[in-house]
Write a new protein. Structure first.
Length: 673
């Protein structure tokens, strides 16, 4: 199939526009690896419950549904962000240009309004750093613009055999010059394992109140139990089991989030985006009572209140984009004991009270210059500074406050060359930085009180080169993108000490990531008209270049176990493959097959534990019952294979594994009126 694409004649096609970079423009002319999924590809990927359904169709990204809504997806790009045991690290996340990443680098994707998605973009490589620190990749979701007129409704109901359900309802209308859209979604799961029930409620609204300007509101509520991970022995004996501590302490998490955004553009190429976000988290951990007795322990209950305020002002001209971004984060973090006398899993005595602040102030520029009719030079630079401050208001266990400051200087340089009307090669160089989050700076490796100001940002030098080609039209349209890359990282942030629920981080030596990525799609050969295929293939070698030491099982006061040079970085598989076959759109019925495969997944830095590789097969059918209604049937994991969906990297108690579901049948009914 790939050879057929390369030998096929290229024809003129309307350019595919992307806006995930600092400069909007044709995908074909972008000096970086970019994966794009349109609304049809997103709809074919699944019922729209989790973002991981569709991310597998993109090369270079590893996304796994943990089966644990208390910890969000496991998400990494080219191995960046793989160390996160909860939330998203090392990546920049956006919805309609509004950030889903805090200034300190922590992020989440659980509030993405998948029912309103028009397209999903993933920018990889050196030019992703122009979005700021924590840019191992840039993931952008773009919702469809509302259409004015009489109010129109659409809804869908989805139910699965493993006791999951989802209900979604959307309405849109309004004046032609000021249309609006409102969406509601509710998902619930009885849980694959005991102590894993979860719910999620979303409200997402968009109002394009004047031409060129829009306001967005997103509200999220998500209570979820936490079944914790399983050891290898537990998984082999009972893959649907639960760690007894999760039941004893009723480990769980509640999340509330509110985001308000405003974006607009006006004459002369000016653009403004501003955002206000509030986030409240309560989490009851399964930490033993004895471990919380020392005065320095912060307790087994986390209470977090966060506010984020920011703005981005830019001017985009014919060949240059100039901008300024300010982003502030304030949070109140409290810790409590998770017991009162003999009662476990409750909110007890206060053990931690601090006020944290993060400020990022940056300016950026990106431009292009045509060196010849067939060669364009792209350049970019981002300059600024990030400041962190922590004020301790609970001094009975020592002063944990402190300050940290990190300068930002991120250059990128790229070339795009034309080989044919619809064929381009690209190459780029750049630097990236990933600063520690406030949570990663919270403790010092030596166990003393105070913000870990010695923890430095990790620095990467990146290079990539690739080929992009398009051709055909209509049902015979095809596209291909291939890229190779290398990234050398200094001061890699690693877990240095893990004791009684406290994780301290330190800087290791250097690491090296290199690999190959391929994304292609097109029709099957003649004789099989009406069938299309899509392929995403990734090969990643992410290894330690210099040996360093880490902690073993808790309690651990000193890092003494050696991670040798050559060890693979945990949390990201070396090889992934996704192959989709589907019938053409527009017929009374559609069907498709999906093969997803990955190699083994290392769980710890010393490579002593790994989840075995797995290949899963899924199928779907969709019937158009009437002009405004359809019925879909899905069968996931057709062979009912026992497998591990994700790993908890460096879990101190050896409970690394989160099992994936068995065979699952589901039904979805969609209706418009």
């Amino acid at each position: 199939m790939i050879a057929t694409l390369l030998l096929a004649p290229a024809v003129a096609l309307p350019p595919v526009q992307i806006s995930g970079g600092l400069r909007a423009g044709p995908l074909l002319e972008t000096p970086a690896a970019v994966a794009l999924l349109d609304a049809q590809a997103l709809a074919q990927s699944g019922p729209g419950v989790h973002l991981s359904e569709s991310l597998g169709r993109m090369p270079g990204v590893w996304a796994a549904d943990r089966g644990n809504a208390a910890q969000d997806l496991q998400l990494s790009v080219r191995g960046f962000g793989a160390r996160a045991s909860f939330g998203v690290r090392g990546l920049r996340l956006f919805v309609d240009g509004l950030p889903a990443t805090a200034p300190d680098g922590s992020g989440s994707v659980s509030h993405f309004p998948l029912d309103a998605a028009a397209r999903l973009e993933l920018l990889r490589g050196p030019f992703s750093a122009l979005h700021g620190v924590h840019s191992g990749g840039v993931l952008s979701l773009h919702t469809r613009a509302p259409q004015g007129g009489p109010t129109r409704w659409q809804g869908d109901v989805w139910a699965a055999s493993d006791e999951q359900q989802q209900v979604r309802l959307q309405a849109e209308g309004g004046a032609t010059s000021a249309p609006w859209r409102l969406g509601l979604a509710h998902w619930r799961s009885a849980g694959q394992r005991p102590q894993s029930q979860a719910e999620r409620s979303l409200l997402d609204a968009r109002w394009d109140f004047v031409p060129g300007w829009s306001a967005r509101l997103n509200l999220q509520s998500q209570p979820a139990e936490d079944a914790l991970g399983l050891s290898r022995a537990q998984w082999l004996s009972d893959p649907e089991g639960v760690t007894p501590a999760a039941l004893a302490f009723n480990s769980r998490k509640t999340l509330q989030q509110q985001q308000l955004g405003l974006s607009g553009s006006w004459g002369g190429g000016w653009q403004l985006r501003s955002w206000l976000l509030g986030r409240q988290v309560w989490q009851w951990q399964a930490l033993p009572v004895a471990s919380q007795l020392p005065p320095s322990h912060p307790g087994g209950v986390i209470a977090l209140e966060r506010q984020q305020l920011g703005a981005d002002l830019r001017h985009e001209g014919p060949v240059w984009t100039l901008g300024l971004q300010l982003d502030t984060q304030r949070e109140q973090r409290r810790g409590y004991e998770n017991f009162i006398g003999p009662s476990l899993g409750v909110t007890g005595t206060l053990r931690r009270d601090e006020r944290n602040q993060a400020l990022a102030a940056e300016v950026y520029v990106q431009g292009e210059h045509r060196l010849s009719p067939d060669l364009v030079l792209h350049t970019g630079l981002r300059l600024g500074q990030q400041r962190l401050r922590s004020q301790d208001r609970f001094l009975r266990n020592g002063d944990d406050g402190g300050r940290a400051r990190s300068p930002v200087a991120l250059p990128a340089l790229g070339l795009v060359g034309s080989m044919a009307p619809q064929t381009r090669w690209f190459a780029s160089l750049g630097q990236a930085r990933e600063t520690p989050t406030l949570a990663e700076r919270a403790y010092r490796p030596d166990g003393s009180a105070g913000l870990n100001t010695a923890l430095r940002a990790q620095r990467s030098r990146q290079a990539e080169a690739g080929l992009r080609q398009r051709g055909g039209s209509g049902e015979r349209a095809w596209a291909l993108e291939a890229a190779v890359f290398v990234a050398r990282t200094s001061d890699e942030i690693v877990s240095a000490r893990n004791s009684a629920g406290r994780s301290a981080f330190a800087n290791a030596g250097s690491t090296r990531r290199q690999g190959l990525e391929l994304q292609a799609q097109g029709p099957l050969p003649q004789g099989l008209e009406g069938l299309r295929w899509a392929l995403a293939l990734s090969s990643l070698s992410a290894r330690v270049s210099e040996a360093y030491t880490v902690c073993g099982a808790p309690p651990c006061g000193t890092a003494s176990l050696i991670v040798p040079a050559g060890a693979r970085l945990p949390g990201a598989p070396a090889r992934t493959l996704r192959l989709d076959l589907s019938t053409a759109d527009g017929a009374p019925w559609q069907a498709g097959l999906t093969l997803s495969a990955r190699s083994r997944l290392w769980a710890d830095e010393r490579n002593t534990e790994a989840a075995p590789g797995v290949a899963l097969l899924s199928a779907w059918w969709r019937w158009q019952l009437a002009a405004d209604s359809s019925l879909s049937l899905r069968a996931d994991n057709l062979a009912d294979r026992r497998h591990i969906a994700s790993v908890i990297v460096n879990e101190s108690n050896g409970r690394f594994y989160e099992p994936g579901p068995g065979r699952r049948l589901s039904l979805q009914l969609q209706q418009r009126w």
